[in-house]
Design a protein around this ligand. Structure first.
Ligand code: ADP
Ligand code: 5GP
Length: 207
């Protein structure tokens, strides 16, 4: 039997909503059976981050050369830095039958939607706008100026919810993590995905 292609799962949402936190909870769970696509970025490494684990950290020149080589499924310039998803890893992993998980900001998700309309798009939303601001400030990783910029971006980003298949409210990390895993499981049970497999089996049985 041909290997069935893996799903492309996109988790996106406004800055500070908790995408990175929920993603970490998903991948800390040993029952998770999808693969995380590590992004490339030109932003500075934060304390505790590891090159090749959190991101592949690149210079602006290196990143721009990769753009020229069409090395990204999508990329975006976000608050002064580039972020992008390497195309080879995603394609190879999906071809091998495994699901690939992207955690990206909303402009990038829009580009993926155009290229892979069949992908699964999950929007992570804050319980309220006040929660969102509090989380951005509370994370304490950026200067006041960058935080202000991210808050103004985040307001616009919340309005992009309508491009997604599912919305998960990030009230508690554990709930959000469980919901994302459940949505992926349900996607695998979609009739369209399973029907073609059964058609093939029936054809084989008739031979
Ligand atoms: P993003 O990746 O979307 O920019 P982060 O994962 O960095 O967001 O989260 C922003 C801040 O909010 C962090 O300080 C994180 O610990 C906190 N946070 C994330 N999810 C929750 C939650 N469900 N409840 C409370 N705080 C949260
Ligand atoms: P941070 O600097 O906080 O790690 O990430 C900033 C934003 O970039 C987050 O919203 C994160 O989801 C997003 N991001 C991370 N990797 C990618 C990527 O490959 N492409 C795009 N478009 N956004 C990304």
């Amino acid at each position: 039997m041909d290997t069935e292609k893996g799903l492309l799962i996109v988790l996106s949402g406004p800055s500070g909503v908790g995408k990175g936190t929920v993603r970490k909870a998903i991948f800390d769970d040993p029952t998770t059976n999808f693969e995380y696509s590590i992004s490339m970025t030109t932003r500075k490494m934060r304390d505790g981050e590891v090159d090749g684990v959190d991101y592949f950290f690149k210079s602006k020149e290196e990143f721009e050369a990769l753009i020229e080589q069409d090395a990204f499924i999508e990329y975006a310039e976000y608050v002064g830095n580039y972020y992008g998803t390497p195309v080879d890893y995603v394609r190879n992993t999906m071809e091998s039958g495994k699901d690939v998980f992207l955690e990206i900001e909303v402009e990038g998700a829009k580009q993926v939607r155009k290229k892979f309309p069949e992908a699964l798009f999950i929007f992570l939303a804050p319980p309220t706008m006040e929660h969102l601001e509090a989380r951005l400030i509370g994370r304490g990783t950026e200067s006041d100026e960058v935080i202000k910029h991210r808050i103004s971006e985040a307001r616009k980003e919340v309005e992009m919810m309508n491009l997604y298949d599912y919305v998960v409210i990030n009230d508690e990390v554990i709930h959000a993590k469980n919901k994302v895993q459940t949505i992926v499981e349900a996607e695998h049970c979609k009739r369209e995905r399973i029907e073609s497999r059964f058609r093939k089996m029936i054809l084989e049985a008739k031979k």
